[in-house]
Design a protein around this ligand. Structure first.
Ligand code: Q46
Ligand code: ZN
Length: 280
């Protein structure tokens, strides 16, 4: 596999720029990448290795039928071929349910429930194994959609969380998104040219949530106003100090009565999902 030099340089330049500009991590930090098996997280691990970092990878089997099985095989193959340490977690063994099992109860919000599971398990793993930073493969388009969804309510706390690096706080390990300056189309082009394995099937729930609807809206805007998405997100980054300085009410956190993880509610979201399933 030989990646064309021009393709590699264009991508690596943007990743290096993001790491430096947002002080994402230092050369000796212990890094773990949330590896979904999709093109973005696969590309992220690969490029970090090329840049001299030694990230480990964490795959979460969420129990989404054939899709999860295929994604796990892809993660295994990629990490074996590249000599990357891969950790695998069976989410159901930790939470007591698969995403398939709860999907009927949350027809329009399954991605939100799934997001809570991922956040909790990735974070707990990173903390328990003493990693310094948890990295995800979100690209510029993902981040623009996320930002748009978050500023729908003009809730400063949510807008502040749209930044590509979040310091360790409130029971969370430091998190960073080194692909935040890379467009989705550039990653698609890279992964094909690099001939890296990635899961071809999409999650069957991917088109159910608001993020997907926003993605459709953004595709429409982009086809009418090319470059809009990039401009929108980059101008947010350029003006972040304005948002960063807005006062937000401090969250009151306490250990979840069921699992002990910090939560804003007496019982955390994931434990609540399990309790509701058991009641049913
Ligand atoms: S895995 Fe989970 Fe995604 Fe599937 S259920 Fe939604 S959030 S789409 S990235
Ligand atoms: Zn809990």
């Amino acid at each position: 596999m030989t990646v064309p030099q021009k393709t590699y340089l264009k991508l690596s330049k943007k990743v290096k720029q993001a790491i430096r500009r947002f002080a994402m991590f230092e050369p000796n930090d212990r890094l773990v990448v949330a590896l979904s098996g999709g093109k973005d997280s696969i590309a992220l691990v690969w490029i970090l290795r090329q840049l001299g970092y030694h990230p480990e990878a964490l795959f979460l089997n969420l129990g989404i039928g054939e899709h999860s099985a295929e994604a796990e095989q892809t993660a295994l193959r990629f990490c074996r071929e590249q000599g990357i340490v891969l950790h695998i977690i069976d989410a159901a063994a930790e939470t007591g349910f698969t995403i398939d099992q709860i999907s009927a109860d949350y027809p329009d919000h399954i991605c939100s429930a799934c997001g809570s599971v991922k956040r909790k398990l990735y974070n707990r793993f990173a903390l328990d194994h003493h990693f310094d930073v948890l990295l995800t493969g979100h690209n510029l388009d993902d981040e623009a959609i996320f930002l748009f969804s978050n500023n729908r309510r003009w809730d400063w706390a949510y807008i502040q969380k749209s930044y590509p690096v979040l310091a360790a706080k409130d029971g969370f390990v430091k998190r960073a998104k080194p692909l935040c300056l890379v467009r989705e189309a550039q990653l698609e082009d890279f992964i094909l040219k690099a001939e890296l394995p990635y899961v071809a099937s999409s999650c069957p729930y991917a088109k159910k949530g608001n993020l997907w609807r926003t993605h459709q809206i953004f595709s429409g805007i982009e086809s009418t106003l090319p470059g809009f998405v990039e401009e929108y997100y980059k101008n947010f980054l350029a003006n972040y100090s304005f948002f960063q300085d807005r006062p937000v009410s401090a969250m009151s956190l306490s250990p979840c009565r069921s699992c002990g993880d910090l939560s804003t509610q007496p019982v955390c979201k994931v434990c609540l999902l399990r309790q509701r399933l058991w009641q049913r």
